[in-house]
Design a protein around this ligand. Sequence first.
Ligand code: ACO
Length: 428
Amino acid sequence: MATITLKDDVTGKAVQMPVLEPTYGHPVVDIGKLAKEFGYFTYDPGFMSTASCQSTITYLDGDKGELMYRGYPIEQLAEQCNFLEVCYLLLYGELPSAEKKELFETSIARHNRIRENLRRFFYGFNHDAHPMAMMAAVVSSLSAFFHDRLDIHDYEHRMVTARRLIAKMPTIAAACYKHSIGDPAIYPRDDLSYTGNLLYMMFSLPGKRYEVDPIAEHALDVLFTLHADHEQNASTSTVRLAGSSGTNPYAAIAAGITCLWGPAHGGANEAVLRMLDQIGDIKNVDGFMAKVKDKNSNVRLMGFGHRVYKNFDPRAKIIKEICHQILDSYGHDPRLDLAMRLEEIALSDDYFIERKLYPNVDFYSGIIYSALKIPVEMFTVMFAIARTAGWITHWMEMITEKDQKIGRPRQLYIGQMRRDVTSMQERD
Ligand code: ACO
């Protein structure tokens, strides 16, 4: 095994630390013994150099712009498999045979309803509640309904929970949307595909005929595949950390949903559309870009940049293609012109080139959702539906780790030194 020798320049003590070899990517120094050997902790805000776990699920190479689930390149999965096959791949580690695929789809269909008393939860929310707020609360409450299968150390319980979550997310998402517009919630149909059902539950009305558009159904299916997992991103790490305490998986996934909501993460697709609406016209693009580059403005080009990708986000390339296909059949959206102009400027501008800022997955996804008449507030909800497959897979990997421990980071304390409480009269 390769090792690295760490030497304390003050005491002269030197200790060899193992270097762990990955299948791909950077070797990782195992510093588990550092505190014991040297009495030091490490400091790495934002986990810039820290691997928080071992994983067999997803690999991404930020410099090459490569992404693989269980070893399969994302481009092949997006083209040759549907989203539920990808969910199966994430959960079980292999692509399903025709028979296993059918069994999995049947199981998802069997679990896609939500209890009537759960549906009543929605009446407690104001009509203008953000759908992410409703979704986080409702997903968390699922643990109150499924006590029967909540033994996190039981394989079958974990798997049925995974299928339940994947199955119920579109139903919950559609119910959030219907509540926000004051329409009755629609029950799922077993004869429709996963994304066909989502569109049906969002856009059909009782008493009205609704045909699922196969172009929209396919576009959503590919978007969901692209969003299904992304190794140790902020929301997935949140799910792992929350789950490491042994809390139930619904509560851990609810924590992931709240993390995803932020504009630096899944909330970026919503932020991109708001940004395009704010720019409004192609003539305002140059002024906007000047603000983006101005250090004092706090304005960012939303949908650009990524902690890991320092090259094209491979998902953005696929999404850009779908975006064009969707707009060809749904009609032109002037915001696509704005987005393309912003991309053109950014890719040839030194500010973005020096910082290796490229379009990320969210730069075009919002335009697609918008063409499909999905409101801006629902964009991150769509992301959450897809990412549930990744979250629950990571949760299962974490919970079954040998010697699994509660995640408990250390800190560098820089607060007050010890002092005594003074009487009220002595305080300012
Ligand atoms: N627009 C303008 N400048 C940017 C942008 C951007 N979108 N992103 C990064 N920069 C600049 C920073 O100002 C910084 O410049 P400096 O070195 O002169 O100070 C440099 O690039 C590095 O930026 P950091 O914020 O340190 O990079 P980090 O890896 O922490 O951030 C992040 C990554 C959060 C994604 C960032 O690029 C960003 O805010 N992008 C916009 C939001 C977005 O699209 N998020 C979606 C990410 S994908 C996802 O979650 C699915």
